[in-house]
Design a protein around this ligand. Structure first.
Ligand code: THU
Length: 133
């Protein structure tokens, strides 16, 4: 699936967001190397800290279905410029995706920022940091 279609899929995913509190809808589309698309939206909760972001929804869906290799993540929201993923999502993306995988951040006006996972979170905490020797 092309980048243009992936942006469309992320926008479709965004429509399904459950955001009674923030009213801020986010959509994500994750493409696996074998060509599957996993959609994600943010899902909020009256206990605010339980809100789950769109990016993590898409990644956890794919991972929990046993699909582990991805080559593109698109994230979209109605922001002035390309949407900026939160720190928690940057950390989860760094954990589960290849450091060189492409990430496309965009908005409803199709302003696009392309970067890699390692650019999204330089110096991410990783399994290497858990090794003492
Ligand atoms: N949100 C996302 O879904 N992804 C991000 O990267 C930024 C924030 C959601 C969480 C919450 O539902 C709403 O946007 C406002 O923070």
């Amino acid at each position: 699936m092309t980048v243009e279609l992936m942006v469309k899929e992320a926008k479709k995913a965004r429509e399904l967001a459950y955001t009674p509190y923030s009213k801020f809808k986010v959509g994500a589309a994750l493409r696996s190397k074998d060509g599957q698309i996993f959609h994600g939206c943010n899902i909020e909760n009256a206990a605010y800290s339980l809100c789950n972001c769109a990016e993590r929804t898409a990644l956890f869906k794919a991972y929990s279905e046993g699909v582990r290799d991805y080559d593109l993540l698109v994230v979209v929201a109605d922001t002035e410029g390309p949407v900026s993923p939160c720190g928690a999502c940057r950390q989860v993306i760094s954990e589960l995706c290849d450091p060189d995988m492409e990430v496309i951040l965009t908005n409803m006006n199709e302003q696009i920022q392309k970067l890699t996972v390692k650019e999204l979170l330089p110096g991410a905490f990783s399994s290497k940091d858990l090794q003492k020797d």
